[in-house]
Design a protein around this ligand. Structure first.
Ligand SMILES: [Fe+2]
Ligand SMILES: [Fe+2]
Length: 261
């Protein structure tokens, strides 16, 4: 265990510290808070053991050295943290909330690639045929490759989480039709859950990117409403994730995000 790791309040794989948890206390029931704390602890241990903490730490150090801050890693940590709370709020069992958080935290690992990272952090607007758009699109497969190469596992649960993370990295930008097909052809319950986790990651990912305070909008634009409309149209009005309509999931997000601000 490295020295930085384990110092709660200063570092956590999800960027959620004890100060933030105390904010949760006012708006979260005691059992929910206890579940959240227990799952954060377990995430910390699991991510350390599988090597995803090391990967994220290295990615963060790379961006900080280059830009003074780490926009992409902050984004992935937010997606993981919001995923954990969303899973709990949806009333999902702990193992699913955990798997959602783990996959969310690692979904953009491909943006660590220097060429991709450069383009992503240029904050340029890309036209449809822009060759640089093609470079960004590669982050899904590059991320899946990095995770496949560097993650390791000590037990069945690690294997499940690592497989979720690789799958979510590879498919979090897939079309709604592709994900629906993957769901319908999934051979077992665990794989079906993996597709659902990826769909939820897609919702949280797009919502986070569109409501990022660093992103500029015209004055007066309601970011939540814009993000909701885009997420719902991308995933399809009828799409249900873990039994809940996408629009209803999106409606839960402002309150959840506020808790983590
Ligand atoms: Fe992505
Ligand atoms: Fe993302």
């Amino acid at each position: 265990m490295n020295q930085q790791h384990g110092m709660r309040g200063e570092f956590h794989p999800l960027g959620v510290d004890l100060v933030t948890l105390s904010k949760l206390e006012s708006s979260t029931s005691r059992p929910e808070l206890e579940r959240t704390e227990a799952l954060l602890e377990l995430l910390d241990e699991t991510m350390e053991r599988t090597g995803s903490n090391a990967l994220l730490g290295e990615f963060e150090a790379y961006e900080r050295k280059k830009y003074g801050l780490s926009p992409q890693v902050q984004h992935t940590r937010r997606v993981g943290a919001v995923g954990l709370l969303t899973g709990i709020r949806l009333g999902l069992p702990s193992h699913l909330a955990f798997r959602i958080a783990y996959a969310g935290t690692t979904h953009d690992m491909g943006k660590r690639d220097p060429e991709i990272n450069n383009v992503v952090n240029s904050h340029r607007k890309f036209t449809r045929d822009d060759p640089e758009r093609e470079i960004i699109n590669q982050h899904s497969s590059v991320g899946a490759d990095i995770l496949t190469t560097y993650l390791h596992a000590d037990n069945e649960f690690d294997i499940t989480c690592n497989t979720d993370a690789i799958f979510a990295a590879a498919y979090h930008h897939a079309t709604s039709e592709t994900l629906q097909e993957l769901l319908e052809t999934a051979p077992d319950q665990e794989t079906r859950e993996r597709v659902e986790i990826t769909r939820l990651t897609q919702v949280l990912d797009v919502y986070d990117a569109l409501t990022d305070p660093l992103r500029s909008y015209r004055n007066g634009v309601d970011r939540h409403e814009v993000a909701k409309a885009i997420v719902v149209s991308h995933l399809g009005e009828e799409t249900v994730i873990f039994g809940v309509r996408v629009a209803d999931i999106v409606e839960m997000l402002p309150a959840i995000k506020q808790q983590l601000a």
